[in-house]
Design a protein around this ligand. Sequence first.
Ligand code: ADP
Ligand code: MG
Length: 259
Amino acid sequence: MYAGGEVKTPPAVHHTGGMHGMEQAPPVVLLQGVQKSFPLDHSHDLQVLDIVHLALPVGGYTVLKGPSGSGKTTLLNLIAGIALPNSGHIQVNGTDITILPEPQRDRFRAAQIGYIFQTFNLLAPFTALENVLLAMRFAGAVPKRAHRQRATDLLSRLGLSTRLSHRPAQLSRGEQQRVAMARALANDPPVLLADEPCASLDAATAQVVLMALHAICREKNMTVLIVAHDTAGLEGADQVLDMRDINRATGRLNGVEPS
Ligand SMILES: Nc1ncnc2c1ncn2[C@@H]1O[C@H](COP(=O)(O)OP(=O)(O)O)[C@@H](O)[C@H]1O
Ligand SMILES: [Mg+2]
């Protein structure tokens, strides 16, 4: 492997090549014929999503772009099983989440999906450490005796070792975002969804936060779908998807196509 040259210390990652060599593995996230609309009034629906096919390969780092209102958050909510499509099927790690009863869907999400919300959604009365611990307790995916050490390690890795006992209001936005990341990563989910995680951060902070996220995801071979508004965070992505290409409803939403 290292023939023909000085043997260097291998990088501390299990997998750096994105999807290379993994083309045969079934996709971790698979959407087929997914439609989602919201009722506008008694007789009209707003169709937001019409996605014929979307597959996220194992360990792939996918960036999702698209104008405001093009359905990015709705798509993430469907993949997370927070909302259900009107028709179509969504498989996550081989499980069709659209047919799971709600309590099972909640448990499935807790263990399988890390979700970094645009607005962080941290629990205000709890410290940074407690926010991460609570996510682990709910999912039950990590042995209980390992919780505290694991939460502390994750927060420290994200530069928060001196902020463990701060509550969200005592943290900067960049720090809050990193707590939300640690919480999303706490259960080692195979799938990580991030909704414009840097929208409210300055460019320098955004860069640091995204690099930390990227490194951890590569290390764990996580399948990542990250919504990004501009080019920040696009470097190193395996694929960039645009809602205008994958969602047939986008043109209709924006009035580009006659309905
Ligand atoms: N719960 C809802 N009820 C009605 N309309 C909604 C709801 N959620 C989203 N929408 C509409 O769906 C469209 C897509 O929203 P969203 O997925 O948040 O887009 P994006 O994240 O790309 O900005 C928007 O026009 C929005 O107003
Ligand atoms: Mg959104």
